[in-house]
Design a protein around this ligand. Structure first.
Ligand code: FAD
Ligand code: SIN
Length: 519
């Protein structure tokens, strides 16, 4: 099973470019900007309006070893520690060392960050960082980064273009098939990058925009790319959820001094970790879940200690506080009920340090990729940094490979094989999300994962919409990977294997062969 569509690629209207980038978040735009600045004819395809994606929602900031008391070495050590034994050290060195130059590039591209009276960068703190090293812009860092990147990019961009399939022949990628206004089109190029963002959006409760459904990761899997560490999803401990939506309350709020209390008003994080509220995210997440069980009722975020330090929370966190005020909660005096939700996808398309996947001509960057830099649990605010550091490197890798791949390149007709026997049942995306949340969530077990695998394979083989089946394929791959990791590590917690096991201190990989007989 590869294609979900039954089409003859040769008959589609098509265009040719030097390079295709799928996705217009920080990763895609940074990469595309670099590619077009070195003379390649680039086309960015994006599913929604250009600025829609996780990047625009980023609140906390970008971690970078720029403060005088910091160093790339210290940032590397914090990244390693948070990653629970699975960080790829070479990649983390690249991230923390090259990160300094890339953040300066961002500033040169016009991104604003907070500065002091002398014009020097200000830094904030987030969980598991040993120093305050996060550059930020109010609680709208992502919006500012997205704006600066969109202003800098000079190539073509096609909005509302949903990429549905790759054009792959003999393990080489020739481009993509996308749908716009109900019409399918082909785009050909010697090099293509998947920058479609993460997959936390396939969970019922999440902080992500609706675009984060893991499209690029599932498509790459269907065409034979090697994926990595799929079982690792990062749950963010402090989201606010009501009946209609969940939104993030940045860790920077705790970094500035907010505390977490239980239904009895007791500050309990010290019972679980010596870093209290600034313990790694997976620890705070499970502590909240367990405290809810022990004390009953809710767990709350108390913003008042920030005000006691003389910081005006309405100015420092305008987005978060106005969302809370809209819902009748005033964080200057009210305790804010919080709950952990799916936030960041650590797993993804396995890539080398220049973004190359296992398919020739196919690259991946940003949250859709897995560089191994986050290990089993990402250090806060390291992901925008990863987008720009590996955005630059992926552009370089694409440029190098373009030079030889273009020599024997021509748009080729690749027959997309159709899966013949879909069942006649159909499902909604919400059904996938519920299965993921209930069975492949914060706490998993062989029993819950078996349930998920059964239901998701039914959906993957059903007659549902493309998006639903694609997400079900990825969900299935996540559940199988979680089943195979018989231990608890970082963001992956198994109630039936609650401890780390040394024999599992290795990356997991996943390919289409692992889905044999299931789809
Ligand atoms: P995105 O920014 O999500 O962009 C993906 C792009 O791909 C979008 O343009 C989307 O439309 C497009 N796309 C998806 N599917 C398709 C398709 N089938 N066809 C065509 N286009 C497609 N990280 C930090 O470092 N610091 C923070 O403070 C921070 N705060 C965060 C707050 C929130 C609420 C969230 C959700 C995340 C936060 N993160 C933060 C994580 C970080 O924002 C993301 O990891 C990062 O922005 C991912 O960038 P990206 O370019 O890989 O993906
Ligand atoms: C946050 O602001 O808490 C999110 C930061 C991140 O996900 O890196």
């Amino acid at each position: 099973m590869r294609s979900f569509l039954s089409i003859d690629t040769d008959k589609l209207p098509y265009k040719e470019y030097d390079a295709i980038v799928v996705g217009s978040g920080a990763a895609g735009l940074f990469c595309a900007t670099k590619l077009s600045s070195i003379g390649l004819k680039v086309c960015v395809l994006t599913k929604d309006a250009a600025d829609v994606g996780s990047t625009k929602l980023a609140q906390g900031g970008i971690a970078v070893a720029l403060p005088k008391e910091d160093s790339p070495d210290l940032h590397f050590n914090d990244t390693l520690k948070a990653g629970a034994g699975l960080v790829k050290t070479k990649m983390a060195r690249i991230l923390t060392e090259e990160g300094v130059k890339r953040v300066i590039d961002l500033i040169r591209m016009g991104a604003n960050f907070e500065t002091d009276e002398r014009g020097l960068l200000r830094f904030t703190k987030e969980a598991a960082h040993s120093v305050a090293r996060i550059v930020y812009y109010r609680d709208k860092t992502g919006e500012e980064v997205e704006r600066a990147l969109l202003d800098s990019y000079r190539g073509d961009i096609v909005e509302f273009a949903k990429v549905k399939e790759l054009i792959v022949k003999d393990n080489r990628c020739y481009g993509v098939i996308y749908e716009k206004n109900g019409e399918l089109k082909a785009l050909y190029a010697p090099v293509t990058a998947i920058a479609t963002g993460g997959a936390a959006g396939i969970y019922l409760k999440n902080t992500n925009p609706p675009t984060s459904t893991g499209d690029g990761i599932a498509i790459a899997l269907r065409y034979g790319a090697k994926l990595q560490d799929l079982e690792f999803i990062q749950f963010h401990p402090t989201a606010f959820c009501d009946d209609s939506e969940c939104f993030l309350i940045s860790e920077a709020v705790r970094g500035e001094g907010a505390i977490i209390v239980d239904e009895q008003g007791r500050r309990f994080m010290g019972d679980y970790h010596h870093l209290w509220e600034l313990a790694p995210r997976d620890v705070v997440t499970r502590a909240i879940e367990s405290q809810k069980k022990i004390c009953g009722g809710n767990v709350y975020l108390d913003f008042r200690p920030i005000e006691e330090k003389g910081i005006d929370i309405f100015k420092r966190f305008p987005t978060i506080t106005s969302k809370l005020l809209e819902r009748g909660l005033n964080p200057k005096k009210d305790l804010i009920p919080i709950t952990p939700v799916a936030h960041y996808y650590i797993g993804g398309i396995a890539v080398d340090s220049f973004g190359r996947s296992s398919i020739e001509g196919l690259f991946a960057v940003g949250e859709a990729s897995c560089t191994g830099v986050h290990g089993a649990n990402r250090l806060a605010s390291n992901s925008l940094l990863e987008c720009i550091v590996f955005g630059e490197r992926t552009a370089y890798g694409m440029y190098r490979d373009f030079r030889y791949l273009k020599q024997n390149f021509s748009p080729v007709g690749v027959e997309l094989r159709k899966k013949v026997s879909f069942t006649n049942k159909s499902y909604s995306l919400n059904e996938v999300k519920r299965i993921m949340w209930e069975n492949v969530g914060i706490v998993r077990s062989a029993e819950s994962l078996t349930k998920a695998i059964d239901k998701l394979s039914e959906i993957a083989n059903s007659n549902s919409d493309w998006q639903v089946r694609n997400s079900a394929v990825l969900g299935l791959a996540i559940a199988i990977s979680a089943m195979r990791r018989e231990e608890s590590r970082g963001g992956h917690y198994r109630s039936d294997f609650p401890y780390e096991r040394e024999e599992f201190r290795k990356h997991s990989t996943f390919t289409l062969n692992d889905l044999e007989r299931l789809i």
